[in-house]
Design a protein around this ligand. Structure first.
Ligand code: V47
Length: 383
């Protein structure tokens, strides 16, 4: 069977190309279901033969998901940008009193969700800064507010940084906090805040915020309490190849242990208005595709690889569908974190635009819920 969506490559031609690129041993490992090692990951990042890496990843993606590409109809609510931390990569955070600082009351969150009632939104994605003084109840109220506005909405909220903060300020046990969150209406957690799970990058770029061990510990707690979540990696700044691979292996180990990760999402760094602005470049198409492909190959226990179009750009996200990605995130609406850091992408795409990106690349758009249940295929995609 010809499983390739591009270049009309049949299997034997693909194998030849991968062999010629010197990656035949990795091809055999992947085919035999053998786990790739740290050294394999470094090779995949370093080989100049990007097309061969892409073919390897694409094969895995097609085996698992055929021609399906998942997307969801979602909205973002970044309920505050006020943050006690000063991460060098972040253009979103503000200090109290600054002109651009804002804090949404639960009533405003409710209104934001109500404003989208005319659209078939199934998920609200809520992440924010770590506010210095808002009490524990505020976080629960924000979730309750979204559910009040739209009772059937899935609330995917709070990075591990917010979760740890709530655990710290609640004065309650871990069990009680997760029970409160569940009762308020939390459905799952997004994958942000991981950045790069190595001590060197942590110290250099986000030293006052939680580092690798604490992010993983919080993710373990979330998953042990029965919540699904995603995992990200912020790439394209000071991190080294070895650090990217270490990050992937740490995620893979936690997934072996708990099994609660849904998707891996490599986040392309946008430097504008951040402390790393002088550092320069936005990520290249080459690195974007490689990040998706290596993620697909190393994370053999992750069901989904997401190409987040807001950070990757639509062009790169569309191409990523042939480099291992089987998910393109969603319609979004009112994203602030990447827009503050200079992305040139629009605030939102509608369902038809997303479906077009997917179909044009040769795939089948499938609307999903947050936890990857298929929703009325084609119903709202102009199909
Ligand atoms: O945690 C911050 C990153 C994350 C920048 O789980 C930046 O479905 C690029 O995690 N350039 C928030 N990235 C976004 C996030 C996310 C997005 C979409 C889907 C999901 C999901 C999760 O954005 C932050 C941080 O890692 N970030 N600043 C920047 N300048």
């Amino acid at each position: 069977m010809n499983t390739f969506a591009y270049a009309h490559l049949d299997e034997s031609l693909a194998t030849k190309l991968i062999d010629r690129a010197g990656l035949g041993d990795l091809d055999r490992k992947v085919r035999n279901g053998e786990r790739l090692t740290f050294a394999d990951g470094v090779r995949l990042y370093e080989t100049p033969h990007l097309a061969a890496v892409g073919l390897l990843a694409h094969r895995v993606r097609v085996q698992r998901h055929g021609r399906k590409v998942f997307f969801n109809v979602n909205q973002h609510v970044n309920y505050t940008n006020i943050c006690i931390y000063s991460c060098k990569f972040c253009a979103f955070a503000a200090k109290e009193g600054e002109e651009r600082a804002y804090l949404m009351t639960p009533a405003i969150v409710e209104q934001k969700v109500r404003e989208q009632l005319h659209r078939p939104v199934t998920e609200v994605h809520m992440v924010a800064g770590i506010h210095p003084t808002m009490p524990y109840e505020y976080y629960l109220d924000v979730v309750r507010a979204a559910k009040r506005a739209r009772p059937d909405i899935h609330v995917k909220a709070f990075t591990m940084v917010e979760i740890e903060h709530m655990l710290n300020i609640s004065g309650k046990s871990e069990d009680e906090v997760f029970a409160d969150l569940r009762e308020a209406g939390l459905g799952s957690c997004p994958g942000g805040g991981a950045e790069v799970l190595t001590d060197r990058v942590h110290k250099a770029v986000f030293r006052d915020k939680m580092g690798p061990d604490r992010w993983l510990a919080a993710a373990r707690k979330v998953q042990r309490h029965g919540f699904k979540m995603n995992a990200t990696m912020l790439y394209g700044h000071i991190e080294r190849v070895e650090e990217r691979v270490q990050h992937l292996i740490r995620l893979r180990e936690l997934q072996d242990e708990c099994g609660g990760f849904m998707a891996y999402i490599p986040l392309a760094f946008w430097p504008y208005h951040t402390d790393l602005e002088n550092f320069g470049h936005v990520t290249t198409g080459f690195l974007d595709q490689r990040s998706i492909a290596v993620g697909r190959l190393m994370l053999d226990n992750f069901p989904h690889i997401k190409a987040y179009w807001i950070m990757l750009t639509q062009e790169s996200a569309q191409t990523a569908l042939s480099f291992g990605a089987n998910d393109i995130d969603g319609t979004v609406t009112e994203e602030k974190i990447t827009h503050d850091a200079g992305t040139t992408e629009p605030q939102a795409l509608n369902e038809a635009q997303i479906a077009h990106l997917i179909r044009e690349a040769g795939y089948e758009p499938v609307q999903r819920s947050t936890v990857y249940e298929e929703i009325g295929a084609g119903a709202s995609t102009g199909a």
